[in-house]
Write a protein that binds this ligand. Structure first.
Ligand SMILES: [Zn+2]
Length: 70
């Protein structure tokens, strides 16, 4: 089932389902992204929530590559 997702990292809205990647910053979603474990390493992404936010604020995706143009 597809539903509207708002990326918790960069704020991009897109249609997807759990475990989809954000098309902009490449963050991969899990149900427990919202449980307050912002500094915990997670299994689906190479960086933590807070590290991903810092990267996006510098214009990089979660892999440290330049973000695509919106
Ligand atoms: Zn994103």
């Amino acid at each position: 089932m597809k539903f509207k997702i708002k990326c918790p990292i960069c704020g991009t809205e897109f249609e997807g389902s759990t475990f989809d990647d954000c098309p902009y910053c490449d963050w991969e979603f899990e149900y427990d992204d919202y449980t307050g474990q912002e500094d915990e390493p997670n299994e689906t992404n190479p960086v933590t929530y807070n590290q991903a936010k810092a990267l996006v604020s510098k214009g990089l995706n979660i892999w440290g590559e330049p973000l695509p143009k919106k």
